[in-house]
Structure formats: C-alpha cells, structure tokens
Design a protein around this ligand. Structure first.
Ligand code: SF4
Ligand code: SF4
Length: 140
C-alpha cells in the first residue's frame, strides 16, 4: 500500500473534510484480507463476524459491494476527536491514497483527489470477483 502522498500535518489542520464527504473504502481485497483475516479469504459467516467486530459495513459502490467503515450523518464513523481511529497500516487504501492539496484549507472545497489506480473504478474491479461472498454476507 502506498503512503507516498500522506501529509499528516496538512490533514490534521484540515480535520478531515474528506472524511465528512467521501469516506474511503478498502480498495484492495488482498490487503483487506491480510489485515483482517491473516491473508485468508474468509467464509461468509467469518466475514460477517469481522465486519461486526470492527464495526465495518459493505458499501454499494456503483452496484459492487466493498468493505468500508460505517457512516453516520456526520460522515465516516471511524473518526474521533483525535482523527482517524485506524492506524496507517490498517486504514482504508483509498484514505491513504488521497493526494492532499493545500487549496482545500484555503477555500473549504475539497481539492484533494485520488489517483486513478485507487479510484472507485479500480476498487469495483478489484472486488467484483468477491461479489458472491459479499452478497451472501449482506443477505445474512
Ligand atoms: S486528504 Fe484533503 S480533505 Fe482529507 S484531511 Fe487531508 S487535506 Fe483534508
Ligand atoms: S477511515 Fe479514517 S481516514 Fe478514512 S474516511 Fe474514515 S476517518 Fe477518514
């Protein structure tokens, strides 16, 4: 997982406008399974338990289910007064890939953007093969 664009100082000042508006997803299944299940693809009941234990959800991104932090009306639920509750080594890949821009602090619009390889299209492609498993979990 690349963290080359991380700018913790800028993001601390910003206090996570992206987390309010566009919470990220774990865009890479291999990394998700490495973080949460020792690199193994879990069975549906195991994945349901992982989602519950970590307070995660399956987000529908253009018709493809992808593991993501839960959301509230205030934005991403994985944020407390100190910022993101996930350490960098387990944080959603999209959150790490976002390229921060100083302009975001200046005019209060989000100028930060995802490189194409970490965008929603790539995340959907990555998770497409796992849809039977994720749909089974969602169906309960
Ligand atoms: S990535 Fe952009 S919007 Fe998100 S916290 Fe950093 S500066 Fe703010
Ligand atoms: S997981 Fe963390 S960095 Fe990503 S949107 Fe939620 S609070 Fe922000």
């Amino acid at each position: 997982m690349t963290t080359e664009h991380l700018d913790e100082q800028l993001c601390r000042q910003c206090r996570g406008r992206c987390c309010d508006g566009h919470p990220g997803v774990w865009s890479d299944p291999e990394r998700f399974f490495a973080i949460f299940n020792n690199g193994e693809i879990p069975a549906a009941d195991e994945l349901a338990r992982i989602l519950e234990d970590w307070q995660l959800t399956l987000r529908d991104v253009g018709g493809i289910l992808i593991p993501a932090p839960r959301e509230t009306e205030q934005g991403c639920a994985a944020r407390d007064e100190n910022g993101c509750i996930y350490d960098i080594d387990i944080r959603p890949g999209q959150c790490l890939a976002l390229i921060p821009k100083l302009d975001t602090l200046l005019d209060d619009l989000i100028h930060c953007h995802l490189p194409p390889e970490s965008g929603s299209g790539s995340a959907r492609n990555n998770w497409r093969p796992f849809q039977p498993l994720l749909k089974e979990v969602q169906g309960g």
